[in-house]
Design a protein around this ligand. Structure first.
Ligand code: SF4
Length: 240
């Protein structure tokens, strides 16, 4: 009788951040976040966090702002949201705004007409239900809401532990060698498994401005980077 052998679990990938490297310190995520706070102090905030700090922190406001921010620059998202919230700040009030007026208020953001339809549809759903859903599944059941918008709403609007991975978070976590992934979706799964929960919301808050001004997509500013001794600079072939 041939022996049946139990399948062996696949060996875990050793990440670059786990390996010793010349001229580098051991990668310490607590130290990385301490350094990130210093490196991003004084930089323009990501739109969701800037709006939160201006008092637009309710789950509904954060949900609408996250939807508007999709493929729209923070410098545009913030004034568009301020203009919109001066007109309506609750699902009941937003549901009453005529679609053409709403699209006009969204001018400057990308896709104002489709986003106006999405905002009207989700406002009506939430007004009928009586509350913004407080789960990933519930949020993603709303029109126009994907994982990134849902995670931002949970994290910033509800104060729940949720990771929102945009292109900055994806790029920088891979450059650190903290994850080794090919898509933002896989980065989110890797961070859910590896990043301490106390940093799940903050990673987006810190890495969006850090990615725009320091660890840029093209030629990151490694020479003056506060994280240089921690970061494994994976895939960085040229830098400033
Ligand atoms: S050292 Fe370079 S690659 Fe690493 S975080 Fe800093 S800027 Fe980005």
């Amino acid at each position: 009788m041939p022996r049946i052998q139990a399948a062996r679990p696949a060996p875990r990938l050793v990440l670059p951040a786990e390996l010793p490297a010349p001229d580098k310190d051991p990668f310490d995520i607590d130290q990385v976040f301490r350094l990130l706070r210093g490196a991003t102090a004084g930089l323009p905030q990501a739109a969701m966090f800037a709006l939160r700090d201006r008092g637009f922190a309710s789950p509904f406001e954060q949900l609408v702002a996250a939807l508007i921010s999709a493929r729209t620059r923070d410098e545009t998202t913030i004034p568009v949201c301020l203009r919109l919230f001066a007109r309506a700040r609750t699902p009941e009030a937003m549901a009453q705004v005529p679609e053409a007026e709403l699209a006009g208020l969204l001018q400057g953001a990308t896709f104002p007409e489709p986003k106006a339809r999405d905002i009207l549809a989700l406002s009506r759903s939430i007004a009928a239900a009586g509350a913004v859903p407080d789960t990933m599944a519930g949020l993603q059941a709303l029109r126009g809401v994907g994982p990134k918008i849902a995670a931002l709403t949970l994290g910033v609007g509800f104060g729940q532990a949720a990771i929102s991975v945009d292109i900055h978070v994806h790029r920088i976590a891979n450059r650190w060698g903290y994850v080794a992934t090919s898509t933002p979706e896989r980065t989110m799964q890797a961070l859910l498994a590896r990043l301490p929960e106390r940093y799940w919301v903050e990673i987006n808050e810190r890495l969006v401005p850090f990615g725009k001004f320091v660890c840029t997509g093209d030629r990151p500013r490694c020479s003056g980077c506060a994280l240089l001794r921690q970061c494994r600079q994976v895939g960085v072939t040229g830098h400033r």
